[in-house]
Design a protein around this ligand. Structure first.
Ligand code: ATP
Ligand code: MG
Ligand code: MG
Ligand code: MG
Length: 561
């Protein structure tokens, strides 16, 4: 591509609102342009880099047995009502309506759409397992869009969904996805770790995040310095403890504050209206780890109650009822006294207790936490404390260290959460119906681009790994007005294109401008055509190492190998 014909609006000044390196550099190097908060245009260089990431993702997904499709971004509200998420997803869901006043959402994720499609087409166990993926623009009205493409309100995600007849089959595909994700992020050149993610009731091994290690990451990872143990310690950024103000009210109140994770004290209600409580908790827990606090002696160890939560039996699709449950208020936020005897109704209940014990009495409910039971023992509530650097690793091997991470991927065993809610399933060998057992697997494609930019740069600009670079070679004649240089460069451009993607700086700019832009853009190799063009000598410079050598143009292709 000739630089005079493409669009690379580089900037001299560091944009004032860009806080992190990758955001600054992607703006300065003319990769992206903001149009509104959290909404960006991908200019030609970014488009090419994104295509490279997407192609890596495609190859690895297909290798893992997933087939690509493309689902609509615009989704009817009815689907979200069916799953219960129309009410539980909160303000992050971009909602709109058409001219007939029908309601829609711009998809932040696609469990509902994919489940509805597969449900209509796949009824027999013989057609399963099935894994489908797409690479698509997603919409989330993030409370704090920031860091450029890192947390956008419109962003590109690869999302995959798998459908199974058994948990063993799900385990198998989940493992394949783990391998695929590892390959993808390796091929992107990233320094990353897969970590156990906070999974609420489902259990840490059933959901993992892929974290790029970076100072600017929004998550904290606790990892062992001597084993593979690594976990996201974010269990609750901000917790609020809701306490029932009046037992007589016997109703759940506003349980969820958008953007915040919530502890729900259900002590009294469990004895009065256990089924109602469970229904609304199950619904909430679909979206985020709702931490359930149970005080006193209730029938909460009841196997039925436990199963209901764990299996997430959502039997209440009727919308009116759901609404009612969510509308009623649960009470004021306030200090809470924890008696020693407590019972647990779900794994995340433990989290609630930990938080409550460890500091929910304080005014500001900020917690950085681990998943209890996984990260430390929970039998002695009194001894609970947050995991800290220097602690022994939970697997007994080595010592805990902390690092910051950027979540670039997330794999998750969903189980029957959506298939049950949406009555989607298959008939087994005996003609007996079952809900699909599902998994979902996401990668932030545009976020990955930022993560690469964040990991690979220096004071002069970006340094793209070969696999992601928008072009392989930056071909720069120092003086386009010098006919010898110009014709040498033109010829090299033709020759090199047979093997490489070449960006040819054919602009009539000063050499200094061209070199600055070139360093900023950060293609792996620069080929400079200067004074010695007449002798057939050009200069090759490696962006990453700064290594420079003079090469005869006849040997150029071999040198670039
Ligand atoms: P986060 O914790 O950063 O908000 P998430 O857990 O909400 O992310 P998922 O629902 O797991 O995100 O989505 C799958 C992937 O999509 C994430 O791992 C991340 O890489 C990417 N992603 C999520 N939200 C955004 C966003 N606002 N901008 C860019 N990428 C995003
Ligand atoms: Mg999020
Ligand atoms: Mg997350
Ligand atoms: Mg996630």
């Amino acid at each position: 591509m000739k630089q005079s014909m493409t669009f690379i609006p580089t900037l001299r000044a560091v944009p004032s609102d860009a806080e992190i390196k990758s955001h600054q550099l992607l703006l300065r190097a003319g990769f992206i342009k903001q149009i509104a908060s959290g909404i960006y245009s991908y200019l030609p260089l970014a488009k090419r880099a994104l295509d490279n990431i997407e192609n890596i993702v495609r190859e690895e997904m297909e290798k893992a047995g997933a087939a690509e499709l493309l689902l609509p971004a615009l989704q009817p509200a009815e689907l979200w009502q069916e799953s219960g998420r129309w009410h539980t997803y909160g303000d992050e869901l971009m909602r709109l309506h058409d001219r007939h006043d029908r309601h829609f959402a711009l998809g932040p994720t696609h469990e509902e759409v994919i489940t509805s499609i597969v449900k209509d087409a796949v009824q027999s166990y013989k057609r399963l397992p099935l894994t489908l993926f797409q690479i698509q623009t997603k919409y989330r009205d993030e409370k704090r869009p920031r860091f450029g493409l890192l947390r956008g309100r419109e962003f590109i995600m690869k999302d995959a969904y798998s459908f199974h007849t058994s948990h063993e089959s799900l385990d198998e595909v989940y493992q394949k996805m783990h391998v695929a994700y590892t390959n993808i992020f390796k091929r992107c050149g990233l320094n990353f770790r897969s970590v156990l993610a906070d999974s609420g009731a489902i259990g840490g091994k059933d959901t993992q995040e892929f974290m790029v290690l970076s100072e600017i990451g929004e998550d904290t990872i606790a990892y062992s310095d001597q084993s593979d143990y690594a976990a996201n310690i974010e269990m609750a950024d901000v917790c609020q403890v809701y306490e029932k103000p009046d037992v007589a009210e016997k109703e759940l109140k506003k349980i969820k504050t958008p953007g915040q994770k919530t502890i729900v004290d259900v002590s009294e209600f469990l004895s009065v209206k256990p089924s109602e409580v469970i229904k609304s908790l199950v619904m909430l827990a679909d979206e985020e780890p709702v931490m359930v606090l149970v005080r006193g002696d209730h029938e909460v160890n009841d196997i039925k109650v436990k199963n209901a939560l764990n299996a997430k039996m959502v039997e209440f699709a009727e919308e009116e009822k759901t609404k009612e449950l969510l509308k009623c208020s649960f009470g004021s936020i306030g200090p809470i006294q924890i008696p020693s005897e407590m019972k647990i109704i779900a794994d995340h209940a433990v989290g609630a207790m930990v938080n409550a014990v460890c500091g929910a009495n304080e005014d500001e409910h900020h917690y950085i936490n681990v998943v209890p039971g996984r990260d430390f023992a929970v039998d002695e509530y009194a001894d609970l404390r947050f995991i800290q650097e220097g602690d022994p690793s939970p697997d007994g091997k080595g010592t805990i260290r902390f690092a910051r991470g950027i979540e670039v991927g997330h794999i998750f065993k969903l189980g029957t959460k959506y298939s049950e809610a949406m009555s989607a399933g298959f008939l087994d060998e005996n003609g007996k119906p079952h809900p699909y057992i599902m998994g979902c697997y996401g990668i932030g494609v545009s976020r990955t681009l930022t993560a690469v930019a964040e990991q690979f740069n220096d004071e002069r600009g970006l340094i793209w790994p070969v696999n992601i670079a928008p072009y392989d070679v930056h071909l720069i004649p120092i003086n386009m007005k010098d006919s010898e240089q110009a014709s040498c460069a033109e010829q090299l451009y033709d020759e090199l294109q047979a093997e490489y993607d070449v960006l040819f700086d054919d602009r009539n700019e000063r050499a200094g401008v061209k070199f600055n832009d070139s360093d900023l853009i950060g293609l792996p190799v620069r080929v400079t055509v200067g004074k010695r063009a007449s002798e057939g000598i050009v200069e090759v410079k490696v962006r990453k190492t700064g290594e420079m050598l003079e090469v005869h143009r006849g040997d150029l292709s071999a040198t670039l190998q």
